[in-house]
Design a protein around this ligand. Structure first.
Ligand SMILES: [Fe+2]
Length: 413
């Protein structure tokens, strides 16, 4: 290979990776059956690994013995065309890295008031990961899967009724009770949540992956307390309990947790009305009676708050005039590269809504990195428990020396 070809080859490989990783991300944003997603993911990962090898073979080996010359010529031409396409995609990705450094809409609405790294595992007599292989993974240098970041964010909601200025919401998501991390760990997380003294608690899905972990709910989420209530929806991983989904919802309801997957609610806080609704699309449809939520009445002071597992439902939220949408699902990518950010993100929009705050009027979207995952693997992406303090635009406090505008993990955006 000529040295002059190296930048082109690099761009080609970069674009190739972007194409196939992007396809995997979008595949996971769809509601295909789990087995289909698994097989398609495997095929795409094989393509991710195989095509660069074929491309290199094209560069270095001009005559493969098992191919007739005409076949080889066709294959070589196809690879060449793909290589140019991938190089163009690589250019696009390189440019996008630059764009990611620009401020994004929504960031200016959020100010981090405090951030504390806690270790719930340190309060336990036994390590929370019992399986020796998983425990070894959780102890890998740099693995932050058990380093809980408790963050307080002041969030301006442009249409917040003034009476709700200062309303605090604890946002929990993606707990993933699999048995991999012990129940006792999540009991500590519940206690930490209560210690934040939120007015309201919102849990945005992926609670239970394994049927036997439904029995963990009374000791964990069942202990959450907030004066304005605890609200929850389910996510795609909750479907793994299959025939027990009804029991899962019943247990939540029996614990006093309002299941917004089944209904919407009107409550009143400080004299102002709050509409709470849930959206479990695209995995659980229809999303209860949320489509029947009353439309926004511009004359009425009412906060419209949506709990959605997937941030991809932002368009749905905007159409229905929600002021604030809380979501999870993406886990912040779980593994983030410094200067690059998330690579794997199960969304139809790729890594666009990986984590943080986004403002696409009239909706402000908060995407949490979540508390856990199927595998105890997180780099530059610690799990987070967020306490949001809502602010009306005119009432936002002045910045202090301790406050910073929102920054993503690994310095992205
Ligand atoms: Fe999840």
């Amino acid at each position: 290979m000529d040295l002059a070809d190296a930048p082109l080859l690099f761009l080609g490989l970069l674009g190739h990776a972007a194409i196939w990783i992007g396809l995997v991300n979008r595949l996971h944003g769809l509601a295909f059956p789990r087995v289909v997603v698994r097989w398609l993911t495997l095929l795409r990962l094989i393509a991710l690994a195989t095509l660069p090898l074929a491309y290199l073979a094209n560069l270095y080996i001009q005559d493969l013995p098992w191919l007739r010359p005409t076949q080889w010529t066709r294959l070589a031409a196809g690879l060449q065309a793909y290589g140019w396409g991938a190089a163009a995609m690589g250019l696009f990705v390189s440019a996008r890295w630059g764009w990611r450094q620009l401020p994004r809409a929504g960031r200016e609405l959020c100010r981090v008031q405090s951030s504390t790294s806690l270790s719930p595992a340190a309060e336990l007599a036994r390590h929370p990961v019992a399986n020796p292989i998983r425990r070894a993974i959780s102890r890998l240098p740099g693995n932050q899967s058990l380093e809980l970041e408790v963050v307080e964010k002041e969030l301006v909601v442009p249409r917040l009724p003034p009476a709700l200025d200062g309303l605090s919401i604890a946002h929990l998501t993606d707990l993933h009770y699999t048995g991999g991390i012990s129940r006792e760990y999540f009991e500590v997380v519940a206690r930490i949540t209560n210690d934040l003294n939120p007015d309201l608690i919102a849990v945005t899905g992926d609670l239970v992956d394994k049927v036997h972990c439904i029995d963990w709910l009374p000791a964990t989420l069942g202990r959450l307390r907030a004066p304005q209530g605890v609200y929850a929806i389910l996510g795609n991983h909750d479907l793994r309990v299959k025939g027990e989904l009804g029991r899962l919802r019943r247990v939540l309801t029996d614990l006093g947790i309002v299941d917004l997957g089944l209904t919407h609610r009107h409550i009143e806080i400080s004299g102002a009305r709050v509409l709470l609704a849930g959206n479990e699309r695209p995995w659980i449809v229809p999303p209860a009676d949320a489509p029947e939520c009353p439309d926004r009445d511009e004359d009425e002071a009412c906060l419209r708050l949506l709990l959605s597992h997937s941030p991809d439902q932002l368009g749905w939220a905007r159409q229905r005039g929600f002021d604030l949408m809380l979501a999870g699902h993406t886990h912040g990518g779980q593994i983030r590269l410094p200067g690059v950010g998330a690579l794997l993100c199960p969304s139809l929009y790729g890594v666009k809504y990986d984590c943080g705050v986004f403002h696409e009027p009239p909706t402000v979207l908060h995407v949490s990195r979540g508390l856990s995952g199927v595998d105890p693997l997180r780099f530059f992406c610690p799990p987070e428990l967020v306490r949001l303090v809502l602010r009306a635009p005119a009432a936002r406090s002045r910045p202090t020396a301790q406050t910073t505008t929102e920054a993503e993990p690994a310095g992205v955006r």
